[in-house]
Design a protein around this ligand. Structure first.
Ligand code: AMP
Ligand code: ZN
Length: 138
């Protein structure tokens, strides 16, 4: 299903031009307009899913192997030494376009630096209590 008001639906289905690096029946992979580093790509399903919780399982199963394929091609083509696979769900997590997408971000020795999280601390009791809360909902 497509959402007629969704910009990524339009891009994924070729109604809006993009710097496409890969396309198959399920996905279009484009370069991000505001790249975190050279080659920053977005994997867009052609159907509309708001986030990972809404994603069709068959499409989901194809998404991670595709991210690996794109990352491997980036290492060969661009000379990056690594890459991040990032996927945001919800405004608080940094999602700004509410059509599921996966960022594949090349990482180069020497930068650019990217913000990461600072490891916090948790007691064994806190970890156990938190684990219990999540486990009970699975
Ligand atoms: P997120 O914050 O995870 O929702 O990621 C949205 C990403 O889409 C951002 O990195 C934007 O730079 C990128 N973006 C937004 N509009 C476009 C567009 N028209 N073409 C390519 N990338 C886009
Ligand atoms: Zn969409």
């Amino acid at each position: 299903m497509k959402d007629t008001n969704c910009i990524f639906c339009k891009i994924a289905n070729g109604e809006i031009p993009s710097s496409t690096i890969y396309e198959d029946e399920d996905f279009r992979v484009i370069l991000d307009l505001g790249p975190a580093s050279r080659g920053h790509a977005l994997i867009l399903p052609k159907d509309h899913y708001q986030d990972v919780c809404a994603l069709d399982e068959t499409v989901a199963a194809k998404a991670l192997p595709l991210a690996a394929k794109i990352g491997a091609a980036m290492k060969e083509a661009l000379g990056c030494s690594g890459f991040n696979v990032v996927q945001n769900n919800g405004k608080s997590a940094g999602q700004t376009v509410f059509h599921f997408h996966i960022h594949v971000i090349p990482r180069y020795d020497g930068g650019p630096e990217m913000v990461s999280w600072k490891p916090g601390e948790a007691t064994a009791e806190e970890l156990a209590e938190t684990a219990e809360l999540i486990k009970n909902k699975l």
